[in-house]
Design a protein around this ligand. Structure first.
Ligand SMILES: C[S@@+](CC[C@H](N)C(=O)[O-])C[C@H]1O[C@@H](n2cnc3c(N)ncnc32)[C@H](O)[C@@H]1O
Length: 204
């Protein structure tokens, strides 16, 4: 029997999309915790979380920086969920949730000190070109952090690649290569001990 494709991860949609986001908020907690351990966030960093899903990482960043923390996602359901999760910050003008595709962001050049991408680069179109678009919106000296559940060595990788619609899997060397190609420097990868969670941080 061929297992049904999982269609919600790439772009949460409909009622089931909200349920998927609730699960992701729980299932991605370890990835988020490891990524926050890997990055020093300055107290005045202006931050954008791309593929923000349920907006829980936006909420965490808002507690660390006094500057704005924005989210961007092309899914209407993710935008609504992130808005709901961060309603006060949105109403206070500290947070904007932008509905757009990462490959063409309605954002000025050199806008952010830190841009993050949790469990999302798997789904981005033409990743080499899209990393150039991310580079464009980061301030000189600013950083881009990618966090994902697997470094490409997880025993379940093949199963996920087959089941999750639109998924591409990148190893640390792949991501490092594409980031350098997009103009980033000081690219460093870390894998969680006794786990497969990968965090890559690059500087503009
Ligand atoms: C697996 S979810 C991860 C959500 C959240 N970052 C987390 O860690 O729980 C992937 C998210 O990336 C978004 N996404 C995927 N491709 C995108 C694209 N091309 N542009 C903007 N958002 C994208 C999806 O809509 C979805 O909300």
């Amino acid at each position: 029997m061929v297992a049904e494709k999982i269609t919600q991860c790439m772009k949460p949609h409909g009622e089931e999309g909200f349920e998927t986001i609730e699960s992701m908020n729980i299932n991605h907690r370890d990835i988020s915790e490891f990524a926050f351990d890997c990055i020093d966030v300055e107290s005045d960093d202006k931050i954008l979380d791309i593929g923000c899903g349920g907006g829980v990482n936006i909420e965490k960043f808002l507690k660390i920086t006094s500057n704005a923390v924005d989210g961007l996602d092309y899914s209407e359901v993710s935008v609504k969920a992130s808005f709901k999760q961060n309603r006060n910050a949105v109403n206070n003008g500290r947070c904007k949730i932008i509905q757009a595709d990462v490959s063409d962001m309605p954002i000025d050049d050199e806008s952010y000190d830190l841009v993050t991408a949790f469990e999302t680069v798997y789904f981005w179109p033409d990743i080499k070109e899209t990393f150039k678009e991310v580079f464009r919106i980061i301030k000189p000296g600013g950083r881009f952090m990618i966090a994902q559940a697997t470094d490409g060595n997880h025993p379940d990788d093949k199963k996920w690649l087959e089941r999750v619609e639109g998924m591409n899997l990148y190893t640390a060397p792949d991501l490092e290569d594409y980031l350098l190609g997009a103009g980033f420097e000081n690219v460093e990868s870390q894998v969680k001990k006794d786990d497969y969670i990968l965090v890559v941080i690059a500087q503009k």
